[in-house]
Every structure is written in C-alpha cells, then in structure tokens.
Design a protein around this ligand. Structure first.
Ligand code: ADP
Length: 564
C-alpha cells in the first residue's frame, strides 16, 4: 500500500485549503514541507529571517483574504517567529505558523534545538498545540485553518516534531477532513439591529469608524450606501482605509479630532476602541455608541455601548440598511446643508491648508510631507502601500491615500516596526497585478532590509522607499531627558547619509539616491518603470532629521496639521 510522509500531508493540507504560497526559511525539520509544496501547487517563498516569514504570510493573508502560512524550522527559528504571531494576534489577522521541533522520542534528552515551543506561543495565538502523530496531521491542519479564519481571525501555532514530519503512514489510513468551515453569515440580533437603525436615523451628528475587521466579508457596497443615504461622515483606522475610497466626500479623516469630539451617535464597524481611538474617551460623554463586531467579548470594552451587535460586518450592515428602507428620504440632502457637515468641512479645509506648503516644500533636506506627496502623485490609485516607521507613518496617514480594499498595511495595532519590507513581499505575491510600494523610515527599514534580496530572488517587483532621516528621534532625548550632549545622538542617530540603495545594488535591482526635492518625482517614476519591467527598485531619500518630537507615550507629536 502507498505510504505518505508527514511533510507531504502538511503540504497537501495547505493545497486543500486553496493556499498557493507559503513563507519560510528552509531548515530542519520543516524543509521538506517547502520541498513538497511545489508538488501540490504551493509556492514556497524562502525569506532571510523567520520574523519576516510570519510578517509576509500575514500580509499575504490580509491582501488575499485568506489564511497566511509561515513555516519555521526549530528552536531559534521558531522563537524568531514570535513577533509575527504577536502582530497577527494583536491585529486580529489569520495566520498559521508551522514550527518544527525535535523528535518526540528524544524529548528532554537535549536534542538539537529542543525547545518547548507551545508555551512560547500560547499567549499570542488562538491555539498553540503539538501534533501527536503523522496520521492526524490533516486533522490538526483543518483545525488550525478553521480557528485562524473563523470568528475573530488570529494566529494559530502548530508544532511539528521531526519524527511526526518524517514518519510515513499508509495513505488509506489518513482521514482528510472536509467541510470543516461554515460559510453561513452571522447576522446580528434583530432587536439590536432595529435600535441601531433608529439611533442612526435620528442622529444629529452621526459618524462611523471603519476598521480592518471589515476586510473579511468586505462590505464595501453596504458601507458606502450607509454613509451616502444618511449623509454620515466617517473616519477609518489606518488599515481600515480603502474599503470606501479615501477621496469619498464623507471621509473626514482630516477632521478626526473634531468629528470624534462632537458626534452624538457613533457606529463602529470592525474596529476596537483601543489606544488607536483613544479608548473611546474622546467621544462626548453622552454620545451613543453602536458597536458591530464578530467577537462578543469586544463589545463594551473601554466605553459603555448603547447598542452592541455581535455579528459579521456585512451581514449586520445589510440588516441595518433593510431596517432603514423607506425611512431615509431627504436625510442625505439635509445633512449636506446642515451644521454638522458644514463645521467638519471647515475643519478639513483649515487642516488641509496648514499642510499645503509642506506638500510642495523645496526645503533641503527633503521633508517627509514632500516625499510622500510626490509618491502619491506618481503611483496609481490601486497601489498597495506598506508604511512603516514613525515620522513616515504619521505623515503617511495624512498624505498617502488608499482607494481599494486591503491596500493599506502598516505597523498596525501593536505599532510593530519592521513590518514594511516583508509586508510588501507578501502583498505583492498576493496581488501581483497591482503596484506595491513600501515606504519606510530608516530605522523601520533596517529591521528586515535583507528581505529586498528575497524580493529580487523570487522576482517580486516592489518599490522600496527609505525616508532616510538618519535615525529615530535624533537629539530629542537630550533636551527632554536632561542628558549630556551627544548622548541622544549615540543612542538614536545613525551614521549620516547611509546609502541604503546600495544594499539593493548588491542584490541586483534598480536603485536611486535622492538628495534634492526636484529629483524626487523623476526618481520615483524611473523606479516605478523598473518594477513594470520586473525589477525590484530601491529609492533612498536623504531627508530632514528632526521633523517629529515624539510625545512621552511614544506617539508622533508635533506634526503640522495633524488633527487628533
Ligand atoms: P483597526 O485596528 O483597524 O481599528 P482592530 O484590529 O482594532 O481594527 O479591530 C478589528 C475588529 O474587527 C476586531 O475586534 C475583530 O473581532 C473584528 N472583526 C473581525 N472580523 C469581523 C467581521 N467579519 N465582522 C465584524 N467584525 C469583525
């Protein structure tokens, strides 16, 4: 009877899930999963650090609307993936991490890279388990995909001992789970839906917050219909952008502070009231909160809710729209002329004016607003941006627009630096047909810069841009903390004028080094053209050192026109 190896069962499980790409760094005992991959139509992408494997897989899953898969060898390779699991967990993104470990039969004898991996992953995954036998691999894999994907998405860790992977079992003895998901939509409680509709219909100053939880059922038409029929302004979280195009007239991101401080009814869809939205404390005390989330436990955290609806964003929005049918005549027109939108528009206008001169500034060194403005002018609407850093991240929020679903990825809920480069690799592999641009501060870029080599080797044409302001917070540490002169510089300022473009030159690719504002656009255009010809491009931009003074809680503070 035909025998089948454990590693082959893993690769087949990935294929059966419909996943075409996995990310990993080949090493024992998982390298055979990468080896079997192509036999089952699963393309293995070999990265340069396991953290990047988990990041790239997470981005791939987010952009493609499926589960990302990362395979990590053993010992340090598995611990290197921990930050990836943390990012996926904190951002509620589906990821399956397959980690290798020593043979079961040699447990506790000090085998090579023997580590107790499961507890390492337990606090930062939806499930962390070790597979106990080769024949059960498909069962564990189905469990992992189901848990990662359904309910609130998140990461799952599956530990694969070397003998479980290398053992062979009789093919006919393998039980392949089928129909291990339900695709039934999760509607909300009808009474709560009714109350939500009433509140929205009667609101004087309604607003909506859209978060990245809308990615999975992608209720783009419903979100749009809601804001347009009610004349309801909205803001998004950083990764919740693009599900309604950013240039929609009801997008009031540029008046975020004004809108949040004055709304009387707040509809939250697929987002949490965590630090990103000031724990909901910025809303007026008597504002009525309607929260839609797939995870019941989330509703009511940090801020009392008037209406909490447990369910899928799309299903619940459809219910609310149905409940409103026939009751919305004239609402949008009234809102358009009313004091709420008028006041917000004035705020948007004054904030826009306050940064206008920076967008076109000829200052040298180049300032971040100018750099990102040029980026926004060169790349088309369907571009996927990965944005990482501090000044770059904060300014990117203002200047870079997103117009299509899941086209904006950044440091996310746990503010993880280093995601920009590997996120871009995952994103481009998920949607090779659209341009992918990775804009990184120099510190953030440094974390995973070697992944440019991964992009070159696997022919993944991305434009990598480095906003090179020579360090993190420059000398700000000195003045703020009363430290002796030079201290801050050593801690947080890098060797000046580093030519990061030369890293890509070593791998082979199109490189640009920009020192003059007027050189920005042609350099970006050449880089974009190079990616159309299949090359990876790197644009190193020498920029202003001291643009942002971070506040004590780590947020980027003194940015012009930054409406909090
Ligand atoms: P953001 O950082 O974009 O504001 P968060 O990561 O804070 O987003 O929150 C995403 C929320 O979306 C989570 O609370 C998660 O439970 C929720 N969510 C995930 N999938 C769905 C879905 N299909 N429908 C509704 N909510 C969802």
């Amino acid at each position: 009877m035909a025998q089948v190896e454990g590693s082959s069962l893993v690769a087949q499980s990935i294929q059966r899930e419909g996943i075409e790409t996995l990310f990993g760094l080949a090493g024992g005992p998982i390298q055979d999963i990468m080896g079997f991959g192509p036999h089952f139509g699963v393309r293995p992408i070999g990265v340069r650090h396991e953290q990047a494997a988990a990041f790239a897989a997470t981005a791939y899953g987010f952009v493609k609307n499926e589960v990302g898969v990362a395979v990590l060898a053993a010992g340090p390779a598995v611990s290197n993936g921990v930050t990836g699991a943390h990012v996926a967990f904190d951002n509620c993104l589906p990821l399956v991490i397959l980690g290798g470990s020593g043979a079961q039969k040699g447990r506790y004898t000090g085998t090579f890279q023997e580590t107790d991996n499961v507890p390492m992953y337990r606090g930062i995954t939806k499930m962390a388990v070790q597979v106990d036998s080769t024949a059960r691999i498909p069962e564990y894999m189905a469990m992992a995909f189901r848990k990662a994907r359904t309910g609130r998405p998140g990461p799952v860790y599956i530990d694969l001992p070397s003998d479980v992977l290398q053992n062979e079992v009789d093919e006919e003895s393998v039980n392949w789970p089928t129909n291990y998901y339900t695709d039934a939509p999760s509607p909300g409680n009808p009474d709560q839906v009714k109350r939500a509709a009433e509140l929205l219909l009667n609101a004087e100053r309604p607003m909506m917050i859209i978060g990245k939880g809308v990615r999975w059922s992608e209720p783009t038409a419903e979100l749009r219909q809601l804001v347009e029929t009610l004349g309801m302004p909205y803001v998004t979280s950083p990764m919740g952008r693009g599900f309604i195009p950013d240039d929609h007239p009801m997008n009031f991101a540029a008046a975020r502070s004004a809108i949040m401080s004055n709304a009387d009814v707040v509809l939250i869809v697929g987002s949490r009231l965590n630090w990103m939205f000031g724990f909901g404390r910025q809303f007026p005390a008597d504002a009525k909160i309607i929260h839609i989330d797939i995870e019941a436990e989330e509703i009511g955290s940090n801020r009392p809710v008037e209406v909490g609806i447990v369910g899928d964003a799309k299903a619940v929005l459809q219910q609310i729209l149905a409940e409103m049918e026939g009751k919305t005549a004239g609402l949008a027109e009234r809102a358009e002329e009313g004091p709420w939108l008028t006041a917000l528009r004035e705020r948007v206008e004054s904030n826009a004016q306050s940064i206008q001169s920076r967008l076109t500034s000829d200052a040298n060194p180049i300032i971040t607003h100018r750099l990102l403005h040029e980026v926004s002018q060169v790349f088309p609407r369907d571009t996927i941006y990965t944005v990482d850093g501090q000044t770059t991240l904060a300014t990117g929020r203002q200047v870079l627009q997103s117009y299509t679903p899941a086209s904006r990825l950044n440091s996310g809920s746990n503010g993880c630096m280093g995601v920009g480069v590997p996120f871009a690799v995952g994103a481009k592999l998920a949607r090779p047909e659209v341009p992918v641009v990775s804009v990184n501060g120099d510190c953030a870029f440094g974390f995973n810069a070697m992944e440019m080599e991964t992009a070159v080797r696997h022919k993944v044409p991305i434009v990598f841009i480095i906003n090179n302001n020579s360090g993190i917070v420059g000398g700000a540490l000195e003045s703020r903390m009363g430290l002796p002169e030079g201290y801050g510089e050593r801690v947080a300022t890098y060797v000046p004028d580093i030519r990061y473009d030369r890293i890509l030159e070593a791998f082979g690719g199109h490189t640009e080094n920009v020192t003059e504002p007027s050189e920005l656009r042609p350099a970006l255009e050449r880089a974009f053209q190079a990616t159309k010809e299949g090359k990876v491009a790197c644009v190193n931009v020498m920029s202003e050192h001291m643009e942002v003074m971070p506040t004590r809680d780590g947020r980027a503070g003194a940015l012009m026109g930054y409406d909090r």
